[in-house]
Design a protein around this ligand. Structure first.
Ligand code: SF4
Ligand code: ZN
Length: 393
């Protein structure tokens, strides 16, 4: 039933919300800059940038990520249009049925404008939407957006989970994964990568009865695996009894639940005594025997699946990442594009672990895509995972 699509590893699809000055934008204006759907044939792919400018007396730059994350479910309200992912790895699919009903890209802007006013009228006065479909413009927006994402991610850089008594829930994804509850702590950003602890805090301030609620973490049940009584109680209620407990810092033992939005999925590689992780934007095979899409299909429904966990790209180099399973030093494989994307942070984390060349010890698809293929490389590089406790007891 697919007519045309953008993003999803085929083309670039990027979204960005930025604050503007009141006199800089015109409320309700939707600009489609470049070819629209009538210029496409069935089966075509096209690049797209969704750039939303927002102004308001009450508006603050801290609110940008919160509005940006709404794009996902708001676009999904449009019949026959499907939106997956976020930030610079979005994926929009347009069905034949939508085209028959006369859908054009402008409709995306019209819906976002209307819904932003409806849901966030308290904090904004003006919304202007630009939909770019020229490759160079999308590339330019993507560059700008990546710098913004980086700044947002780094806002929680110096915070630790011990620093705070309050974590935040996120149940924004329950419309797709009804039992799924993300718990966001300073050292575990939301698995979509779009919400960190600061963002959830700001979201709660804007909308105290909304999807981001404070969770008093309460008594610590397991400091290594990262489990708190207050979180368990909250998750039990918010999942309507489906999830009784989970761990923040483990993918082996009762990991956090995963929904289809995750930027990456980690999986155990028992023969290598380690863990791999694969990002949404890598379409190839992986040593766990499943591609990203298969993994997301199997475990993206909101369950806790021991041996697997969805997480954000930024989380890989946060200090608590699978700490209960040995931490970052457990990671033996990731796709080259992901490794390169987070190289700077991997190098820094490697130094802090006392393994300054850790980056070079992680295998990627150029080394192999099966456990058998990568094991000799790991042995030759003396990968730290090989001398850790067995990953399965
Ligand atoms: Fe919220 Fe988690 Fe969904 Fe991100 S993946 S929007 S943090 S529920
Ligand atoms: Zn989700």
């Amino acid at each position: 039933d697919l007519y045309a699509q953008c993003g999803g590893g085929k083309t670039q699809c990027t979204e960005l919300v930025k604050m503007a000055e009141m006199n800089e934008i015109e409320d309700g204006k939707v600009i489609v800059d470049g070819p629209d759907v009538e210029d496409l044939k069935e089966g075509d792919t096209f690049p797209m940038g969704i750039f939303i400018q927002v102004a308001g007396r009450e508006f603050q730059p801290d609110f940008e990520p919160i509005l940006e994350r709404q794009i996902h479910h708001l676009i999904n309200y449009i019949q026959g249009i499907m939106h997956i992912g976020q930030r610079d790895i979005s994926w929009v699919r347009i069905s034949k049925a939508a085209i028959e009903k006369g859908f054009t890209l402008k409709d995306i802007g019209v819906v976002l404008h209307a819904k932003f006013h409806q849901d966030f009228g308290k904090i904004l006065d003006k919304v202007q939407v630009t939909l770019m479909t020229k490759k160079d413009d999308v590339a330019e927006l993507t560059k700008t957006a990546r710098a913004e994402y980086k700044m947002r991610d780094e806002r929680v850089e110096k915070m630790t989970d011990e620093d705070v008594e309050i974590f935040y829930s996120c149940t924004l994804c329950q419309s797709f994964a009804p039992n799924h509850v993300c718990s966001v702590s300073p050292e575990r950003t939301g698995l979509c990568g779009a919400y960190n602890w600061m963002d959830c805090k700001a979201s709660y301030e804007i909308n105290p009865t909304g999807p981001n609620q404070p969770i008093e973490k309460g008594e610590c049940i397991d400091p290594v695996l990262g489990q708190w009584k207050g979180v368990n109680d909250f998750v039990y209620k918010a999942s309507r009894g489906a999830v009784t407990h989970y761990n923040f810092y483990s993918m082996v033992t009762d990991p956090m639940t995963t929904c289809g939005c995750c930027e990456c999925i980690a999986a155990m590689l028992p023969s290598c005594n380690g863990v791999m992780t694969v990002n949404r934007d890598y379409a190839g095979e992986t040593p766990c025997g499943m591609k990203f899409t298969t993994l997301a299909g199997v475990m993206g429904g909101g369950a806790s699946s021991p041996g697997f966990v969805g997480h954000s790209k930024f989380n890989i180099t946060q200090k608590k990442f699978i700490k209960g399973d040995g931490g970052l030093a457990r990671v033996v494989w990731m796709p080259k594009i992901l490794k390169e994307e987070i190289k700077e942070r991997l190098d820094k984390a490697g130094k802090e672990m006392g393994i300054p060349d850790f980056y070079d010890r992680i295998a990627d698809e150029t080394v192999g895509i099966t456990e058998e293929e990568i094991l000799p490389f790991l042995q030759e590089k003396d990968h730290p995972a090989l001398s850790m406790d067995p990953i399965i007891g």
